[in-house]
Design a protein. Structure first.
Length: 338
């Protein structure tokens, strides 16, 4: 009987394939597993303030490192999963739970920030108030599907067409430039400014029946002036706080909060009589305040436009153009008041 040699079946190849697949699954599972890592960011916590007075920190306020943690959570690439998180501790440390991809992204961003300690981000801002007609002529034509009755932000490229549009809008008869401050900030540091006027008004009067302390009049613990007037102060203008950083791909991430306070002039007054029979005039200021917090990623040199409708009619528009400066720039002049 003729016999033929038996061929070995390619079971080794099958075993190798299974082994490789198992290894790949194991690697993928390892990459998908989250773990904790600490990041020291104490060198990135110095504030850059330009004309704004901040309250002293208290034990209930979030730690300053939480501002950076919030920035990283907002702009994480890719977005944070449900089992990932980044938090700031009072020690000036970030604690992050994430996959190796997430932790590597944080390491790289912090490494990029520290690689050029002199690099800055130049943020040119303009606060513009537009009438309804001016908004329809200049803002509506550049929109896509944004709702004009809501607050929205769009990004405009830095090209000749945008620059021409900006000039035309700001020269519009129905446009009023409230202020145009400039911010120079270092990546991941907070920059703040205020531009406007602090108004003093008469809110009450002290009388002879009020408490005396060292021969001076006091009312509810507040010292009166020589004529017995108790005064208050009210800010009229704009306040802006921003944190920015450069991202890969020549992009800039902006996280900003701005407040606009508008005090009605002249301040309404009424006359009354004190218990001592003196006729006095009290002022009752009226003001409207709009506060917004926005987050946006724009190409280097591009323009972010935020539009907000006003209850009295018209719109307030914030324009922010952010440009990366690899070398320190000269400090801008202090913003002027209204």
């Amino acid at each position: 009987m003729n016999t033929r040699p038996m061929r070995a079946r390619p079971i080794l190849h099958g075993i190798a394939t299974i082994a490789l697949a198992a290894a790949s699954t194991s690697i993928a599972a390892a990459q998908d597993t989250t773990r904790l890592e600490l990041f020291d960011v104490r060198d990135l916590l110095d504030d850059l303030n330009a004309g704004i007075t901040r309250a002293k920190p208290d034990d209930e306020a979030p730690p300053e490192s939480e501002r950076i943690a919030r920035f990283l959570r907002t702009f994480a690439e890719p977005k944070l999963r449900d089992d990932e998180d980044i938090r700031g501790l009072r020690s000036g440390t970030l604690v992050a739970r994430g996959t190796e991809e997430r932790l590597a992204w944080i390491r790289q961003l912090l490494r990029d920030v520290r690689a050029k300690p002199g690099a800055q981000i130049d943020i040119q801002t303009s606060f513009v108030e537009l009438t309804d007609d001016a908004w329809q002529r200049h803002i509506k034509p550049i929109l896509d599907k944004q709702d004009p009755t809501s607050v929205f932000t769009i990004v405009l490229s830095d090209d000749e067409a945008t620059r021409d549009w900006r000039v035309r809008m700001q020269k519009e008869e129905g446009a009023m430039i409230l202020t145009a401050p400039r911010l120079l900030t270092y990546p991941l540091q907070r920059a703040t400014l205020s531009a406007g006027e602090t108004i003093t008004y008469i809110k009450d009067y002290a009388t002879k029946e009020d408490e005396r302390k060292s021969g001076e009049f006091f009312l509810d613990g507040q010292k009166a002036d020589a004529d017995g007037r108790i005064t208050g102060t009210l800010f009229d203008g704009v306040e802006l706080e921003t944190t920015a950083a450069t991202l890969r791909g020549d992009r800039i991430a902006l996280q900003y909060r701005f407040s606009l306070t508008d005090v009605k002039r002249p301040i309404p007054e009424f006359t009354t009589t004190t218990s001592a029979g003196n006729e006095v005039t009290i002022q009752l200021p009226e003001s409207t305040k709009m506060s917004l917090e926005k987050r946006v990623v724009i190409p280097n040199g591009a323009l972010a436009l935020t539009s907000a409708p006003l209850t009295k009619g018209g719109y307030r528009v914030l324009l922010m153009q952010a440009t990366r400066l690899d070398e320190p720039a000269a400090e801008p002049a202090a913003p002027k008041g209204k």
